[in-house]
Design a protein around this ligand. Structure first.
Ligand code: 2HG
Ligand code: ZN
Length: 470
C-alpha cells in the first residue's frame, strides 16, 4: 500500500468513514457463501458522491485497486477483495438516502447504499411499487443490485434491474462524476451509458445513485402454492396462467421436492400447507392495480382446470397476508436451507422457458452419473427460464472433497445448458467464481469488445480487478 494513502483517505471521509482494524474490516473481506477470505488494509465509507469521487481520485492516483461493496450478498464473490491485502474496499452503506419519489412520473431517486427493502418501502408509502423482489432484499443494496443486474421473482412481468433504470450517477475510474440522473422515458442522445454500468459488476465505475421506474401499487394480490405432477406440468400450468392474463402474472416459481424437504427440515417454523409432500411444486403470484380485477376467480378457474387435467394434485390459496408470507418463505429460504444442509455447488443458469423441463431432466441425469448420492436442488424463476440448478453434497461425504469437484459439476451442468442455448449465469453474475467460463461462452468478438470497453473506461485497471473478465 503506498505510503500515506490511508491518511489521505482519512482526511476525505473522517474517522467514521474509515475502518482499518482487522476485526472491523474482516466482514467486508469475506463473502456470504464463505467461499472467499480476502484481506484489505481499509474499508472506506463515503457519505456522499463528492466524498466518493475524492476517494476514487485518491486511490486511482496511487494506482490502488478498489472493490465497491453494497450489501455483500453476492453469490459469486463479486464484492470481496483479494487475499494479498492490496485492494481497498469502498462500502456504499452510508450513502443510503431515498431522495425523491414521484407518483406521477412513477420514479424513485435513491442513493446506491439504500437497501432494496428501504427503496420498496419508500415506493409503497407513495402508493407505488418498485417491482423488483429478491430473497436478500433486506440486505442487498441498490448499487450492487444494479451492478449485477439482479433479476429475482418479478422478472417474468417487469424484466431485470436493467429494465427499471432510467438514470444513473456514476463515479468513473478516474474519480470524475457522471451525473446521468435523468427521469426521462425517451432520451435518444447517443450511446446508452447507464446500461454499460448496469451488470458491469463494478469493473467500470461505481454507481452512486439511480432513478428507478415504479408502477402503481397493486390493489389485489393472490398467491398459491401447488403440488404439481412434474416439471412439464409446472410449465403447462405457467402457460395456462399466461393465457388467462399474462399481465397479472407477477411471479411463477418452481421448487423441487428435494429443495422443499431441506427447507422443511432446516428452517425453523417452515410448514408445508398441503396435504402431503410432493416431488414438484409451483408458486404463483398474481397482482393487479385494477379494482375488482377478479384475480381470485381467475386463479381458481385455472387451478380447477389444472386439477381436472392432472397437472396439479393439491393447491392452497393464501387467505391472508400472513399465509402469503408463509408460502413465500418456503421459496425464499431455499438458499439458507441449502447452506445449513452442507456444502453446495450453485448453477444459476437460464434456458428458453420452453426448455426448462429438459434442462432439469438432463442435468439431473448428468450429475447423478458424475457422483452417486448427489442431491439435486433445482428451483427458481421458471417464468423467465432461470433455474438455480444447485447440487447439495451427498449426505455422508466430506464437504471439502465435494467442493473440490465443483468445476467438474459445473461443467456437467453447463454442457447441458449450452446444448439448450442457455447461459451459465442468469442473474448472479460472473464475479470471482466464474470468469474462467467467459472465454468458452463469450469469447471472440464479444469478449474482445468487453475488454476494449474496460480498457477505455478503466485504463489503470483499478476498478474491481479479478472480477467478471478473465
Ligand atoms: C434465489 O432465487 C436466489 O433465491 C438465490 O437467486 C439462489 O441460492 C441460490 O442459488
Ligand atoms: Zn434467483
Amino acid at each position: 500500500m503506498p505510503d500515506g494513502l490511508v491518511a489521505r483517505l482519512l482526511a476525505i471521509v473522517g474517522p467514521r468513514g474509515l475502518l482499518t482494524e482487522r476485526v472491523d474490516t474482516a466482514p467486508y473481506a469475506e463473502d456470504w457463501r464463505g467461499l472467499y477470505h480476502g484481506r484489505t488494509p481499509a474499508v472506506v465509507r463515503p457519505i456522499d458522491t463528492d466524498q466518493l469521487s475524492r476517494v476514487v481520485k485518491c486511490c486511482a492516483a496511487s494506482g490502488v485497486a478498489m472493490v465497491p461493496q453494497g450489501g455483500n450478498t453476492s453469490m459469486v464473490g463479486g464484492a470481496v477483495p483479494s487475499e494479498d491485502g492490496s485492494q481497498i474496499v469502498i462500502s456504499l452503506a452510508r450513502m443510503n438516502r431515498v431522495t425523491a419519489v414521484d407518483p406521477v412520473d412513477l420514479t424513485l431517486t435513491v442513493e446506491a447504499g439504500a437497501t432494496l427493502q428501504a427503496a420498496q418501502d419508500a415506493a409503497e408509502a407513495a402508493g407505488c411499487l418498485l417491482p423488483l423482489s429478491i430473497g436478500s432484499q433486506g440486505t442487498a443494496q441498490i448499487g450492487g443490485i444494479l451492478s449485477t443486474n439482479a433479476g429475482g421473482n418479478n422478472t417474468v412481468r417487469y424484466g431485470n434491474a436493467r429494465d427499471l433504470v432510467l438514470g444513473l450517477e456514476v463515479v468513473l475510474a478516474d474519480g470524475q462524476v457522471w451525473n446521468g440522473l435523468r427521469r426521462l422515458r425517451k432520451d435518444n442522445t447517443g450511446y446508452c451509458l447507464r446500461q454499460l454500468f448496469v451488470g458491469a459488476e463494478g469493473t467500470l465505475g461505481i454507481i452512486a445513485a439511480a432513478v428507478l421506474k415504479l408502477v402503481p401499487r397493486p390493489v389485489e394480490t393472490e398467491v398459491a402454492l401447488c403440488a404439481v405432477a412434474s416439471v412439464e406440468a409446472a410449465l403447462d400450468l405457467f402457460a395456462r396462467f399466461q393465457r388467462a392474463d399474462a399481465a397479472a402474472v407477477q411471479a411463477f416459481e418452481y421448487m423441487s421436492g428435494t429443495g422443499m424437504g431441506l427447507v422443511l427440515t432446516h428452517i425453523p417454523g417452515a410448514k408445508l400447507p398441503l396435504r402431503a409432500p410432493a416431488a414438484h411444486y409451483a408458486l404463483v403470484e398474481l397482482a393487479t392495480s385494477r379494482v375488482g380485477g377478479g384475480l381470485r376467480e381467475m386463479l381458481e378457474a385455472v387451478l380447477s382446470d389444472a386439477l381436472d387435467a392432472d397437472l396439479v394434485s393439491d393447491a392452497v390459496v393464501a387467505g391472508s397476508e400472513t399465509q402469503r408470507a408463509a408460502i413465500w418463505k418456503l421459496r425464499e429460504e431455499h438458499s439458507e436451507a441449502q447452506k445449513r444442509a452442507g456444502a453446495s455447488v450453485k448453477n444459476d443458469v437460464s434456458v428458453p422457458v420452453s426448455r426448462v423441463p429438459e434442462l432439469i431432466d438432463r442435468a439431473s441425469a448428468a450429475c447423478a452419473a458424475l457422483m452417486p448420492g448427489i442431491r439435486v436442488v433445482a428451483f427458481g424463476h421458471m417464468g423467465d427460464g432461470n433455474i438455480h440448478f444447485n447440487l447439495e453434497q451427498p449426505e455422508h461425504m466430506d464437504a471439502a472433497a465435494f467442493l473440490a469437484r465443483d468445476h467438474e459439476i459445473m461443467d456437467a451442468v453447463c454442457a447441458v445448458v449450452r446444448d439448450l442455448d442457455g447461459s451459465f449465469s442468469a442473474e448472479h453474475g460472473v464475479g470471482r467464481l466464474k470468469p474462467y467460463l467467459m472465454p468458452q461462452w463469450r469469447g471472440g468478438a464479444e469478449l474482445d469488445t468487453m475488454r476494449r470497453i474496460k480498457a477505455a473506461l478503466d485504463p489503470g485497471g483499478v476498478m474491481n480487478p479479478g472480477k467478471l473478465l478473465p
